[in-house]
Write a protein of this length. Sequence first.
Length: 321
Amino acid sequence: MVNANARLVGLDWGSTSLRAFLLGPGGVLIEERSAKQGSTAMNGSAAAYESTLAQIAGDWLAAAPALPVLACGMVGSKHGWREAPYAACPAGEQQLAGGFVRVTAAGREIAIVPGMSCRTVGSAPDVMRGEETQIVGALAQRPDLAGACTFVLPGTHSKWAHVRENQVIDFATYMTGELFAVLRGHSVLGRLMIDQDEPDDDSFAAGVRAAAERTALAHQLFAVRTLGLFDELKPEALPDYLSGLLIGHEITAGLRERYIAGGEEQPLVLVGEPKLCALYESALHIFGSGVEASFPNTAPAGLWRLALEAGIVTGTEESGT
């Protein structure tokens, strides 16, 4: 039976996975569930989305017919359940909540959060879906950061987002995680590599320091092979060296853009999977940059905050932690 205090079902529906949150007053997390049925597996089928929602949260919804549902992530992409047009930066809670689109499933309305887009002069467009909700959630938990800070959200497609006065003014995407996976699994660099259970912190740090030399990445990548060929790095150390090299180059670019945006002295905030955030924090220290705060999953807090802004839920409680 659903907890009598349930106020909202929140969904973080990414490309490869789905996380469902049952939230109570103030956004407190009552229960969390996850499944591998990400948006990619739905193949744009409304029936598949509806069926998957019933599988992961059907008992919650059946027990509480009036319980609202709010979803973020790739569920709102062009190939999602229904496209939610991007909110153009600068944007914050008000613009996101005002851009909800809605679908109906089994007689119930599901609201979908739009992503964000930005485009600076002379650059290509950039987009995010899901990370904007995590940023809202982190700011709900640390409102003192809303004046000015830089968010770093590590992942398959890492984001660096600049916040001013509670709005994301611009951001940049780095395909660091995907590059690692492609190079590790589908390039000559992976042929000498051996996976190991424990990370090699020294090799990771060596990769970061190499990136800090600002040599061309395409040249440095080949060193991942030659260091192995000449036995200067053991096969099991090579994946961590490659990871450090890619993350180091991302940080080099991210810190440069942060400086250009005038945020060099403003707090750096990490949001993401704790082990990955710890890697980024150690790499940032090599570059001489400290981290103000590091958050795990802030999507539930962000979904609650946006639901409040849109009037989907009511109350004056702050988001849960």
